[in-house]
Design a protein around this ligand. Structure first.
Ligand code: FDP
Length: 341
Protein backbone atom coordinates (compact mmCIF):
# COMPACT_ATOMS: atom_id res chain seq x y z
CA UNK A 1 0.00 0.00 0.00
CA UNK A 2 1.24 3.46 -0.80
CA UNK A 3 0.84 5.17 2.60
CA UNK A 4 2.63 8.30 1.42
CA UNK A 5 0.12 8.75 -1.39
CA UNK A 6 -2.76 8.10 1.05
CA UNK A 7 -1.42 10.70 3.45
CA UNK A 8 -1.30 13.13 0.56
CA UNK A 9 -4.91 12.42 -0.32
CA UNK A 10 -6.09 12.91 3.27
CA UNK A 11 -4.13 16.07 3.97
CA UNK A 12 -5.76 18.42 1.49
CA UNK A 13 -4.17 21.79 0.85
CA UNK A 14 -7.17 23.91 -0.06
CA UNK A 15 -6.61 27.33 -1.58
CA UNK A 16 -7.80 29.00 1.65
CA UNK A 17 -5.40 26.94 3.76
CA UNK A 18 -2.60 27.75 1.32
CA UNK A 19 -3.24 31.51 1.45
CA UNK A 20 -3.61 31.43 5.27
CA UNK A 21 -0.21 29.68 5.45
CA UNK A 22 1.28 32.41 3.27
CA UNK A 23 -0.40 35.06 5.42
CA UNK A 24 1.14 33.64 8.61
CA UNK A 25 4.56 34.65 7.22
CA UNK A 26 3.49 38.29 7.62
CA UNK A 27 2.64 38.92 11.31
CA UNK A 28 1.20 42.35 10.50
CA UNK A 29 -1.31 40.85 8.06
CA UNK A 30 -4.98 41.13 9.09
CA UNK A 31 -6.36 38.55 6.67
CA UNK A 32 -7.81 41.06 4.20
CA UNK A 33 -6.23 39.35 1.20
CA UNK A 34 -7.53 35.95 2.32
CA UNK A 35 -11.04 37.38 2.56
CA UNK A 36 -10.76 39.05 -0.85
CA UNK A 37 -9.49 35.85 -2.41
CA UNK A 38 -12.30 33.79 -0.90
CA UNK A 39 -14.77 36.09 -2.69
CA UNK A 40 -12.90 35.69 -5.98
CA UNK A 41 -12.97 31.92 -5.45
CA UNK A 42 -16.72 32.09 -4.88
CA UNK A 43 -17.13 33.96 -8.18
CA UNK A 44 -15.03 31.32 -9.96
CA UNK A 45 -17.09 28.46 -8.50
CA UNK A 46 -20.32 30.17 -9.54
CA UNK A 47 -19.09 30.77 -13.09
CA UNK A 48 -17.75 27.20 -13.29
CA UNK A 49 -21.14 25.83 -12.33
CA UNK A 50 -22.92 28.19 -14.77
CA UNK A 51 -20.52 27.26 -17.61
CA UNK A 52 -21.03 23.54 -16.92
CA UNK A 53 -24.78 23.77 -17.24
CA UNK A 54 -24.91 26.59 -19.78
CA UNK A 55 -26.69 24.56 -22.46
CA UNK A 56 -29.12 22.96 -20.03
CA UNK A 57 -29.97 26.19 -18.28
CA UNK A 58 -30.24 28.04 -21.59
CA UNK A 59 -27.62 30.54 -20.58
CA UNK A 60 -26.11 30.43 -24.03
CA UNK A 61 -27.20 33.21 -26.31
CA UNK A 62 -27.46 36.93 -26.43
CA UNK A 63 -28.11 39.15 -23.48
CA UNK A 64 -31.50 40.75 -23.77
CA UNK A 65 -33.20 37.59 -25.08
CA UNK A 66 -36.27 36.34 -23.24
CA UNK A 67 -36.84 32.71 -22.32
CA UNK A 68 -40.14 30.85 -22.66
CA UNK A 69 -41.26 32.01 -19.22
CA UNK A 70 -40.86 35.55 -20.49
CA UNK A 71 -37.89 36.18 -18.16
CA UNK A 72 -34.98 38.10 -19.55
CA UNK A 73 -31.93 35.86 -19.97
CA UNK A 74 -28.49 37.03 -19.19
CA UNK A 75 -25.68 36.06 -21.47
CA UNK A 76 -23.06 34.08 -19.59
CA UNK A 77 -20.49 36.88 -19.61
CA UNK A 78 -23.00 39.44 -18.32
CA UNK A 79 -24.06 37.01 -15.57
CA UNK A 80 -20.42 36.29 -14.66
CA UNK A 81 -19.70 40.00 -14.44
CA UNK A 82 -22.64 40.58 -12.09
CA UNK A 83 -21.48 37.72 -9.88
CA UNK A 84 -17.89 38.99 -9.64
CA UNK A 85 -18.88 42.63 -9.08
CA UNK A 86 -21.27 41.62 -6.28
CA UNK A 87 -18.77 39.22 -4.70
CA UNK A 88 -15.95 41.78 -4.81
CA UNK A 89 -18.08 44.59 -3.36
CA UNK A 90 -19.52 42.38 -0.62
CA UNK A 91 -16.01 41.27 0.38
CA UNK A 92 -15.63 44.74 1.92
CA UNK A 93 -12.01 44.68 0.80
CA UNK A 94 -12.16 46.57 -2.51
CA UNK A 95 -12.35 50.22 -3.54
CA UNK A 96 -12.01 50.25 -7.34
CA UNK A 97 -13.11 47.54 -9.79
CA UNK A 98 -12.33 47.48 -13.50
CA UNK A 99 -14.14 44.85 -15.52
CA UNK A 100 -13.88 44.07 -19.21
CA UNK A 101 -17.68 44.15 -19.28
CA UNK A 102 -18.08 47.67 -17.87
CA UNK A 103 -17.06 50.78 -19.76
CA UNK A 104 -16.41 52.73 -16.57
CA UNK A 105 -14.62 51.69 -13.40
CA UNK A 106 -16.81 50.88 -10.39
CA UNK A 107 -16.10 52.83 -7.22
CA UNK A 108 -17.23 51.01 -4.12
CA UNK A 109 -19.42 52.88 -1.59
CA UNK A 110 -17.42 54.17 1.39
CA UNK A 111 -19.25 51.80 3.77
CA UNK A 112 -17.96 48.74 1.87
CA UNK A 113 -14.51 50.00 0.93
CA UNK A 114 -11.26 48.15 1.50
CA UNK A 115 -7.61 48.42 0.53
CA UNK A 116 -7.61 46.53 -2.79
CA UNK A 117 -8.38 47.38 -6.42
CA UNK A 118 -9.29 44.49 -8.70
CA UNK A 119 -9.07 44.45 -12.50
CA UNK A 120 -10.71 41.47 -14.17
CA UNK A 121 -12.20 39.87 -17.22
CA UNK A 122 -15.07 37.79 -15.79
CA UNK A 123 -15.39 35.52 -18.84
CA UNK A 124 -12.55 35.67 -21.33
CA UNK A 125 -12.74 33.85 -24.66
CA UNK A 126 -16.36 34.76 -25.35
CA UNK A 127 -16.28 33.44 -28.92
CA UNK A 128 -15.78 29.97 -27.43
CA UNK A 129 -18.72 30.07 -24.99
CA UNK A 130 -21.42 28.73 -27.26
CA UNK A 131 -19.40 25.72 -28.48
CA UNK A 132 -18.30 24.50 -25.04
CA UNK A 133 -14.57 25.16 -25.53
CA UNK A 134 -12.41 26.21 -22.52
CA UNK A 135 -12.91 29.77 -21.33
CA UNK A 136 -11.77 31.54 -18.18
CA UNK A 137 -11.72 34.42 -15.71
CA UNK A 138 -8.59 36.58 -15.40
CA UNK A 139 -7.82 38.92 -12.50
CA UNK A 140 -5.13 41.22 -11.18
CA UNK A 141 -4.97 42.91 -7.78
CA UNK A 142 -3.43 46.24 -6.74
CA UNK A 143 -3.33 47.79 -3.29
CA UNK A 144 -4.72 51.24 -2.65
CA UNK A 145 -1.89 53.24 -1.16
CA UNK A 146 -3.83 56.20 0.26
CA UNK A 147 -7.01 56.97 2.15
CA UNK A 148 -8.29 59.75 -0.16
CA UNK A 149 -11.22 59.28 -2.53
CA UNK A 150 -10.23 56.51 -5.00
CA UNK A 151 -9.91 57.40 -8.70
CA UNK A 152 -9.01 55.50 -11.90
CA UNK A 153 -5.40 56.59 -11.28
CA UNK A 154 -5.36 53.90 -8.58
CA UNK A 155 -5.45 51.21 -11.28
CA UNK A 156 -3.56 53.04 -14.04
CA UNK A 157 -0.31 51.65 -12.68
CA UNK A 158 2.32 49.36 -14.21
CA UNK A 159 1.75 45.64 -13.91
CA UNK A 160 4.88 45.26 -11.80
CA UNK A 161 2.92 46.95 -8.99
CA UNK A 162 0.30 44.22 -8.89
CA UNK A 163 0.34 42.29 -5.63
CA UNK A 164 -1.36 39.22 -7.06
CA UNK A 165 -2.73 37.87 -10.31
CA UNK A 166 -4.41 34.75 -11.50
CA UNK A 167 -6.91 33.05 -13.73
CA UNK A 168 -9.50 30.35 -13.47
CA UNK A 169 -9.92 28.06 -16.46
CA UNK A 170 -13.27 26.41 -17.07
CA UNK A 171 -12.08 23.44 -19.08
CA UNK A 172 -12.07 19.66 -18.78
CA UNK A 173 -11.45 20.46 -15.13
CA UNK A 174 -11.78 23.80 -13.38
CA UNK A 175 -8.39 25.13 -12.43
CA UNK A 176 -7.37 28.27 -10.58
CA UNK A 177 -3.80 29.45 -11.10
CA UNK A 178 -2.56 32.09 -8.67
CA UNK A 179 0.54 34.08 -7.87
CA UNK A 180 0.95 36.43 -4.93
CA UNK A 181 4.50 37.21 -6.04
CA UNK A 182 6.11 34.09 -4.59
CA UNK A 183 5.82 31.66 -7.48
CA UNK A 184 2.82 30.28 -9.32
CA UNK A 185 0.50 27.65 -7.86
CA UNK A 186 -2.35 25.74 -9.48
CA UNK A 187 -5.48 24.51 -7.67
CA UNK A 188 -8.02 22.13 -9.18
CA UNK A 189 -11.67 22.28 -8.16
CA UNK A 190 -12.80 19.02 -6.59
CA UNK A 191 -16.50 19.17 -7.51
CA UNK A 192 -17.46 16.69 -4.78
CA UNK A 193 -15.88 18.89 -2.08
CA UNK A 194 -16.52 22.24 -3.74
CA UNK A 195 -12.93 23.15 -2.86
CA UNK A 196 -9.92 24.16 -4.92
CA UNK A 197 -7.09 21.77 -3.96
CA UNK A 198 -3.40 22.45 -4.58
CA UNK A 199 -2.48 20.11 -7.44
CA UNK A 200 0.26 22.07 -9.22
CA UNK A 201 2.63 23.61 -6.62
CA UNK A 202 5.33 25.99 -7.80
CA UNK A 203 4.71 25.84 -11.55
CA UNK A 204 7.81 26.58 -13.61
CA UNK A 205 7.51 27.11 -17.36
CA UNK A 206 10.03 25.09 -19.43
CA UNK A 207 12.95 27.32 -20.49
CA UNK A 208 12.19 26.61 -24.15
CA UNK A 209 9.14 25.06 -25.78
CA UNK A 210 8.13 23.53 -29.06
CA UNK A 211 4.71 25.15 -29.48
CA UNK A 212 3.75 28.56 -30.86
CA UNK A 213 0.27 29.95 -30.45
CA UNK A 214 -1.07 32.75 -32.62
CA UNK A 215 -4.03 33.64 -34.83
CA UNK A 216 -2.27 33.07 -38.17
CA UNK A 217 -5.31 34.41 -40.03
CA UNK A 218 -3.88 37.85 -39.29
CA UNK A 219 -0.49 37.06 -40.88
CA UNK A 220 -0.90 39.34 -43.91
CA UNK A 221 -1.11 42.32 -41.56
CA UNK A 222 1.81 41.48 -39.22
CA UNK A 223 4.96 43.55 -38.89
CA UNK A 224 8.43 42.30 -39.93
CA UNK A 225 9.66 40.79 -36.64
CA UNK A 226 6.45 38.81 -36.02
CA UNK A 227 6.44 37.51 -39.60
CA UNK A 228 10.10 36.49 -39.31
CA UNK A 229 9.53 34.82 -35.94
CA UNK A 230 6.61 32.69 -37.14
CA UNK A 231 8.57 31.80 -40.28
CA UNK A 232 11.42 30.59 -38.02
CA UNK A 233 8.95 28.50 -35.99
CA UNK A 234 7.79 26.75 -39.16
CA UNK A 235 11.01 26.59 -41.16
CA UNK A 236 13.92 26.65 -38.67
CA UNK A 237 17.28 27.13 -40.38
CA UNK A 238 19.42 25.87 -37.48
CA UNK A 239 18.47 22.21 -37.88
CA UNK A 240 16.03 22.24 -34.94
CA UNK A 241 12.59 20.68 -35.47
CA UNK A 242 9.70 22.93 -36.55
CA UNK A 243 7.43 24.04 -33.72
CA UNK A 244 3.81 22.86 -33.49
CA UNK A 245 0.98 25.37 -33.79
CA UNK A 246 -1.78 25.30 -31.16
CA UNK A 247 -4.40 28.06 -30.94
CA UNK A 248 -7.63 27.71 -28.97
CA UNK A 249 -8.61 31.37 -29.25
CA UNK A 250 -9.29 31.67 -25.49
CA UNK A 251 -6.39 33.51 -23.89
CA UNK A 252 -6.73 31.57 -20.62
CA UNK A 253 -6.55 28.19 -22.37
CA UNK A 254 -3.67 29.21 -24.66
CA UNK A 255 -1.68 30.73 -21.79
CA UNK A 256 -2.40 27.78 -19.49
CA UNK A 257 -1.02 25.34 -22.04
CA UNK A 258 1.98 27.59 -22.61
CA UNK A 259 2.66 27.74 -18.86
CA UNK A 260 2.54 23.96 -18.45
CA UNK A 261 4.12 22.78 -21.72
CA UNK A 262 6.32 25.76 -22.62
CA UNK A 263 6.46 27.68 -25.89
CA UNK A 264 5.14 31.08 -26.83
CA UNK A 265 1.77 32.82 -27.07
CA UNK A 266 1.60 35.84 -29.36
CA UNK A 267 -1.05 38.45 -29.96
CA UNK A 268 0.98 40.95 -31.96
CA UNK A 269 0.11 44.35 -33.36
CA UNK A 270 -1.01 44.31 -36.97
CA UNK A 271 -1.95 46.86 -39.60
CA UNK A 272 -5.62 46.65 -38.61
CA UNK A 273 -4.98 46.75 -34.83
CA UNK A 274 -1.79 48.74 -34.24
CA UNK A 275 -2.10 48.16 -30.47
CA UNK A 276 -2.95 44.49 -30.76
CA UNK A 277 -6.20 43.14 -29.36
CA UNK A 278 -5.62 42.15 -25.76
CA UNK A 279 -6.33 44.51 -22.89
CA UNK A 280 -3.48 45.68 -20.74
CA UNK A 281 -5.06 45.74 -17.29
CA UNK A 282 -6.97 42.49 -17.14
CA UNK A 283 -5.35 40.30 -19.83
CA UNK A 284 -1.76 41.37 -20.54
CA UNK A 285 -0.72 42.29 -16.96
CA UNK A 286 -2.08 39.30 -15.01
CA UNK A 287 -0.77 36.80 -17.58
CA UNK A 288 2.62 38.56 -17.77
CA UNK A 289 2.84 38.57 -13.96
CA UNK A 290 2.21 34.81 -13.88
CA UNK A 291 4.69 34.14 -16.71
CA UNK A 292 7.49 36.03 -14.98
CA UNK A 293 6.72 34.36 -11.66
CA UNK A 294 6.97 30.98 -13.42
CA UNK A 295 10.38 31.84 -14.91
CA UNK A 296 9.19 32.99 -18.35
CA UNK A 297 9.03 36.42 -19.96
CA UNK A 298 6.42 38.79 -21.36
CA UNK A 299 7.30 41.41 -23.98
CA UNK A 300 5.20 43.96 -25.87
CA UNK A 301 7.42 44.31 -28.96
CA UNK A 302 9.01 47.35 -27.31
CA UNK A 303 9.48 46.64 -23.63
CA UNK A 304 8.86 44.32 -20.69
CA UNK A 305 5.06 44.05 -20.56
CA UNK A 306 4.85 44.65 -16.80
CA UNK A 307 6.60 48.03 -17.22
CA UNK A 308 3.79 49.46 -19.36
CA UNK A 309 1.94 52.33 -17.71
CA UNK A 310 -1.64 52.29 -19.00
CA UNK A 311 -3.35 55.62 -19.63
CA UNK A 312 -6.85 54.23 -20.09
CA UNK A 313 -8.57 51.38 -18.28
CA UNK A 314 -9.41 49.45 -21.46
CA UNK A 315 -6.10 50.11 -23.22
CA UNK A 316 -4.69 47.37 -25.48
CA UNK A 317 -1.16 46.16 -26.14
CA UNK A 318 0.61 43.64 -28.34
CA UNK A 319 1.95 40.74 -26.27
CA UNK A 320 4.49 37.94 -26.67
CA UNK A 321 4.71 35.70 -23.61
CA UNK A 322 6.00 32.30 -22.64
CA UNK A 323 9.25 30.36 -22.24
CA UNK A 324 12.28 32.50 -21.46
CA UNK A 325 14.32 31.46 -24.52
CA UNK A 326 11.43 31.71 -26.95
CA UNK A 327 10.59 35.28 -25.88
CA UNK A 328 14.31 36.09 -26.04
CA UNK A 329 14.22 35.20 -29.76
CA UNK A 330 11.38 37.56 -30.57
CA UNK A 331 13.07 40.30 -28.52
CA UNK A 332 16.21 39.86 -30.65
CA UNK A 333 14.17 40.19 -33.85
CA UNK A 334 12.59 43.45 -32.64
CA UNK A 335 16.00 44.79 -31.56
CA UNK A 336 17.43 43.94 -35.02
CA UNK A 337 14.47 45.65 -36.72
CA UNK A 338 14.91 48.77 -34.59
CA UNK A 339 18.59 48.98 -35.52
CA UNK A 340 17.73 48.86 -39.23
CA UNK A 341 15.05 51.58 -39.02
P1 FDP B 1 -12.58 36.58 -27.36
O1 FDP B 1 -12.48 37.64 -28.40
O2 FDP B 1 -13.22 35.32 -27.84
O3 FDP B 1 -13.21 37.06 -26.07
O4 FDP B 1 -9.63 39.15 -25.66
C1 FDP B 1 -10.51 38.17 -25.89
C2 FDP B 1 -10.02 36.98 -26.68
O5 FDP B 1 -11.08 36.13 -26.94
C3 FDP B 1 -8.91 36.18 -26.00
O6 FDP B 1 -9.38 35.34 -25.00
C4 FDP B 1 -8.28 35.43 -27.13
O7 FDP B 1 -6.94 35.07 -26.89
C5 FDP B 1 -8.40 36.40 -28.28
O8 FDP B 1 -9.43 37.33 -27.93
C6 FDP B 1 -8.75 35.72 -29.56
O9 FDP B 1 -8.76 36.65 -30.58
P2 FDP B 1 -8.87 36.23 -32.13
O10 FDP B 1 -10.24 35.69 -32.31
O11 FDP B 1 -8.65 37.50 -32.86
O12 FDP B 1 -7.82 35.22 -32.40
Amino acid sequence: MDHAADAHRTDLMTITRFVLNEQSKYPESRGDFTILLSHIVLGCKFVCSAVNKAGLAKLIGLAGETNIQGEEQKKLDVLSNDVFVNALISSGRTSVLVSEEDEEATFVEPSHRGKYCVVFDPLDGSSNIDCGVSIGTIFGIYTLDHTDEPTTEDVLKPGNEMVAAGYCMYGSSCMLVLSTGTGVHGFTLDPSLGEFILTHPDIKIPKKGNIYSVNEGNAQNWDGPTTKYVEKCKFPKDGSPAKSLRYVGSMVADVHRTLLYGGIFLYPADKKSPNGKLRVLYEVFPMSFLMEQAGGQAFTGQKRALDLVPEKIHERSPIFLGSYDDVEEIKALYAEDEKKN
